[in-house]
Design a protein around this ligand. Sequence first.
Ligand code: IFM
Length: 447
Amino acid sequence: MSITLPTQSTMLTSDFIFGVATASFQIEGATQIDNRLPSIWDTFCATPGKVKGADNGDIACDHYHLWEQDIQLIKDLGVDAYRLSIAWPRVMDKNGEANQAGLNFYRQLLKKLKAEGLTVFVTLYHWDLPQHLEDKGGWLNRETAYRFKDYADLVTQELAEWVDSWATFNEPFCAAILGYELGIHAPGLSKPEYGRQAAHHILLAHGLALPVIRKNAPASQVGIVLNMNRSYAASEKAEDQFACLMRDTLDNQFFIEPLMTGQYPQILKTVAPHYFPMILPGDMDIISQPIDFLGMNFYTCNHNAYDADQLFKNVPNAAPVEYTDIGWEIAPHAFTELLVTLNKQYSLPPMYITENGAACADHIIDGEINDDQRVRYLEGHLNAVHQAIEEGVDIRGYFAWSLMDNFEWAEGYSKRFGLTYVDYQTQERTIKRSGHAYRALLNSRKP
Ligand code: IFM
């Protein structure tokens, strides 16, 4: 089973990079060594009922110890690039001083990645906020944005030499809305106005960090990573069309519009004023400074019907469609539509698809994992990216989520997104059929 792209696709030229992605808390483990501080996800995992199976990140994929073999795995997959994140609680102490033990881990990792000829994309924040900052209000406290700037300053001073691309945040929507509005991610708070205020402070933190990163890492590109699902209306009815507009506004435009144009969607002021955050003079100029790239994470789409209380409610697609093991509809056409629509709406910087992938109920049988659904998923979505490029979107690279199975947040270890299977008892890694297919596609490129 293979993954193919049209032979003339520009994605098969040397200008386009292919990679795999991970995030610190999801793979590293080693939460209590080398002076690492607790993060909000350690606390959340320890809170009964929050994470499936009461799973936690204490061991995860033990990447903190197995990093050399994991770099070999990345090489074995034949990719050009690796996207990882830095754990803030590992590298900075409570007083804002460097924790050299934690920094040394990343130093050796990044050095080796570069020595192996890989392009390195680093995300500064993939959700593991130090718990001591949450204790002072976390992302509801404006001060946290300034602490993030200090953290970005420290990390880029120490590590810039080995990094090609810096992203300030991964998926502000998830960090703010799942964490502070819906309560299903750490820190588990749930009030409508909390989510939007947390989001504003995260975007502010992004803007405050940009000049600092540019100063310390003048040779790297700097951007941010958003996640988006394409929203559809459940019917032609005006109320469902309105529900769809609100879903897109709250989930997608609320994040991209301030970055690209310096304002939040104005419709919220009349339709849902409680979703409008408190903004201080100058904030929007800080948030909307130019970025070198926009990262986009895409997995699925959603269908929306009107709901008098919530403005919209999720309904299943009326058409017979395929779902992945996490219950997400497989909709590659939605990916192209999303990218092309955004490109018409905004003057976008170059884009990277920083995550895309499928959770499948994988089993290892006779040493093989035949994840055919994931192979089809990847082929569909890679072709969707190709189509978006054909329609004028400037997309420079694609990262499969994920290098290997890992801690899937509130789902614990129950959902597997990897191109590589992880046996959590033995920590043995086995490349799945999808990983072999991805490598074969990459090897088919002309030098
Ligand atoms: O595992 C996550 C990742 O951390 C962020 N983007 C979505 C992935 C799948 O849910």
